[in-house]
Structure formats: structure tokens, C-alpha cells
Ligand binder design. Structure first.
Ligand SMILES: [Zn+2]
Length: 246
């Protein structure tokens, strides 16, 4: 019973997650999903990503250094160079990872650790005070064999009409951009993939700026390769042609 309650607590944490909701949910039940579901709010409107490789390594090695015997709160404290009673009791201020993450906030590190749990690099031992442990998957990341791209935490804003992200230095037709986004959503739904798998916002913005109507022009856009050109080119050029001939 206690385990069940803790599972539920952990699940409430997934509400603030930035990985596919379904994937996160299944993760808590020890199941994995090969692909993102493509249908949840995160998949439909993916958050921005950043290269988290180095910070993930710091976090994972800190989990390892504290003996895989502590939960998120303590690991964050060690990373941030805290001086709590618990830290001195265990001599954790002597660890090489102590204070290694001082430049980032508590929120940043706990968000990162939660994402590492969601993605299966860490597991939380629900039956044992939610202690963090490394999984096999964490090894190549720790060894520097793979890189990790993570989602930035969403900044909670007042409910207002969402403005599309602007691409720095690029002037583009906003109305057309929205038309292209709608088309992308249709295609993503049809193919059961997240929208960014079709094209990212930056690519759509570039289309809305340069208005390609021929394959050769379409191919010049960042994020368009031969394969995507063949798969989606016609659909998006159709929208562009309709739009400019209105
Ligand atoms: Zn999803």
C-alpha cells in the first residue's frame, strides 16, 4: 500500500515533466515506450530543448558518489554545495561532486533529476525513501559515449494567447506561419508522430519567410532534406501557393 501511494506521488511529479506524458506514465510502471506517443500536450507542442549532457553527467555522478542511497533533495543539495547537517553527517562536502552545480538553481537540478528519472537513466526506489539509483542506461552517458538533449522547464505564464516563437532575425508572414503549423498538425496526427518530427517551428518560419513553391527552393530551407522534401514538400508548398495566390 505504501508503495502504491508513493507511486502516485511520483506520478504527480510527471505533471511538471517535459517528456511525453504517456512515456513518463509507463516509465513509472516499469514499462517503456519505443517512441513518444505523438498525442499528448508535450508531443503536440514540444518545449525547447538544450544540450544537457554535461549537467546530466554531474547529476548522475553525484547520485553515484552519495552511494545511490539518497533522494532528489539531498543530491541537489550536494550539487549546490549545501552545508546541511545531513551533508556533514555523511561527509558529503568532501565529495568531488559537492558544489559542482552551484551556478544552477535548486529548481534546475531537481527538474533535471526528474527528467533523468522519466527518461530511465535513474530510477527512484519507491519502496525505499525514493532513493535515486543509476540504471544500465546511465553508463554510456556517464562515460561520455552519448549526448543528451533535454527539454527546458516550461515557464508558467498567465493564460494569454500564445504567441508563436519568433525566429531571431527572420521576418516572416505570421498568418502563413499559422497556416503551416495547422498543416503540420494534420500531418503529425495522420502519421502519429510529434509535430517537430515533421518540421520544427524554425523551419516553418523560414518557409513563411522565403515562400518556396518549387522543390529546388524548398530544399534550400534549413531542416528540409531529400526525404522530408519527398514526404511533406507537396503538402506545404500547396499551402504556400494557396496562400500567396489568395
Ligand atoms: Zn506524448
Amino acid at each position: 500500500m505504501r508503495i502504491e501511494t508513493q507511486k502516485l506521488n511520483a506520478m504527480s511529479a510527471f505533471a511538471e515533466g517535459t517528456t511525453c506524458r504517456r512515456r513518463a506514465l509507463l516509465g513509472y510502471f516499469g514499462e517503456t515506450l519505443a517512441q513518444d506517443c505523438g498525442n499528448c500536450d508535450i508531443c503536440l507542442d514540444p518545449p525547447q530543448t538544450y544540450d544537457a549532457t554535461e549537467d546530466a553527467r554531474k547529476a548522475l555522478s553525484c547520485v553515484y558518489r552519495v552511494g545511490q542511497r539518497f533522494g532528489v533533495g539531498h543530491v541537489v543539495e550536494v550539487l549546490r554545495g549545501g552545508r546541511s547537517e545531513r551533508i556533514s553527517k555523511f561527509g558529503h562536502e568532501k565529495l568531488t561532486t559537492w558544489g559542482l552545480g552551484r551556478e544552477q538553481s535548486n529548481e534546475y537540478w531537481s527538474h533535471l533529476l526528474k527528467q533523468l528519472v522519466h527518461l530511465g537513466y535513474l530510477e527512484q526506489d519507491m519502496a525505499n525513501y525514493s532513493v535515486l539509483k543509476l540504471t544500465e542506461t546511465a553508463r554510456p552517458l556517464l562515460r561520455g559515449e552519448i549526448n543528451l538533449l533535454l527539454a527546458r522547464a516550461r515557464v508558467k505564464t498567465e493564460k494569454k494567447k500564445k504567441a508563436p516563437r519568433r525566429v531571431v532575425g527572420l521576418e516572416y508572414d505570421e498568418q502563413l506561419f499559422q497556416v503551416l503549423r495547422a498543416r503540420r498538425k494534420q500531418i503529425a496526427d495522420r502519421d502519429a508522430v510529434p509535430p517537430y518530427v515533421v518540421f520544427g517551428d524554425a523551419t516553418l518560419a523560414e518557409m513563411a519567410a522565403s515562400l518556396p513553391t518549387k522543390a529546388e527552393d524548398f530544399l534550400l530551407i534549413n531542416g528540409v532534406g531529400q526525404r522530408k522534401m519527398q514526404r511533406y514538400g507537396a503538402a506545404f508548398m500547396e499551402e504556400i501557393i494557396n496562400y500567396i495566390s489568395r
